[in-house]
Design a protein around this ligand. Sequence first.
Ligand SMILES: Nc1nc2c(ncn2[C@@H]2O[C@H](COP(=O)(O)OP(=O)(O)OP(=O)(O)O)[C@@H](O)[C@H]2O)c(=O)[nH]1
Ligand SMILES: [Mg+2]
Length: 459
Amino acid sequence: MLEDTIAAIATPLGEGGIGIIRLSGPEAIQIAARVFRPKRGPSLEETCTHRVRLGLALDPKTGEVVDEVLALVMRAPRSYTAEDVVELHCHGGPLACARVLEAVLKAGARLAEPGEFTRRAYLNGRLDLAQAEAVLNIIRARSRAGLAAAVNQLEGGLSKKVKEIKDEITGVLASIEASLDFPEEVGDPGREEKERLNKAREALKRLLSTWEEGKILSQGIKITLVGRPNVGKSSLLNAFLKEERAIVSDIPGTTRDTIKEILQLGGFPCELVDTAGWRQAADGLEELGIARSRAAAAAADLVLLVVDLTVGVTQEDTEIAESLRDKPLIVVGNKVDAVLEVDAGSLERLAGSCPWVAVSAKTGEGLEELGRKIRDLILSGRALRGPGEPLLLRERHKVALERALEHVEDALRGWSEGIPWDLVSVDLQGAWEALGEITGETAREEILDRIFSEFCLGK
Ligand SMILES: Nc1nc2c(ncn2[C@@H]2O[C@H](COP(=O)(O)OP(=O)(O)OP(=O)(O)O)[C@@H](O)[C@H]2O)c(=O)[nH]1
Ligand SMILES: [Mg+2]
């Protein structure tokens, strides 16, 4: 598979400053040379690595000029894939890109599959699997924190941690092997080995505790605004977005449909959903809107129950709160700018064990505090992570670590119960394999297929 040369458009479709066609493989430079005619100087094949050349891209069959391009040569192994790579930078129009790609394919390259460049980087040993997956998280990052975590993973943060745990397990496995092979000389594994396994177990637990945060960073959270009509739900959405996205009016029942926007709250990417106010519907259409609103609340990771401080907490507010009892919830007292005093007691009663906060969509007062409360609620007691420590961004990693932890715990239990050493060893091998799936040493082909098919073309 690595014997052929692949090509794809590496930049997004549409108009842009430049469009890049990327080639990778043993014949990347020769194929590109069939398409590229330099304005001056030697041919592409004689170009030094990491040099940029100006020239024309020609159709290799007809000789027709397709575009003026820059050609960048990166010789193996100093490239993204660790193979010979050529990038042709053309003018960023969809047609120019398509025509240059077509020329490259005519000249002998094969169209790359999604993620194939990164897959080659992995197969050629330039990245391990966790690092290759980090590339996807970087591309998809929707918050600064999510991006930082993904870059940490690309730099090998997670891989290093996993390797440390694997090393502990390998050490214990070696001791067991030695004691089985040379029982007279070596003797049974003892305190030191048990200590190593305990260490591995704690490290696994710690890493697993970062998943909630990592999941939110990579996937975002769904937050839904609910409440009676006219309490200021749409105004809050607009205040967070800093634009007049939803229609606001003093007529109750203004919002009919649900409105979704992606934004950052409390440092997390989230989908904020504004909904129709809950009340006895005036007509069929409003009834539909309220049904959607309830569905959005049910699907949310977190509900913001908005109440109007100028009216105070009403019976309806209490009923809405009751119907959301099993949801993570924050009570948001809105319009604090329009009241002299906040009736903290009634908000507290409404919120029960959940937090509450007084804000104003009009002046922006309290919105930052709300952001902090969202963050605290989402992370409450879940992450034990120190600064700069890696966190789990992918469910695949979490599942593999859980399996590794289970095996390590079984091994420790078996050890205490005095089961034969070769059985302890089987459990430890299971843990070792599960860990290897994360970095790729023990990952099967179908796992690779699934991972790389998520990538876009040209990556
Ligand atoms: N003084 C003050 N008025 C506000 C504030 N937030 C909203 N309002 C006013 O309250 C009224 C209702 O606001 P909306 O945002 O439309 O309320 P809603 O909850 O989306 O209402 P429905 O869509 O009908 O359910 C409007 O007249 C807003 O100008 C606030 O923080 N302070
Ligand atoms: Mg509204």
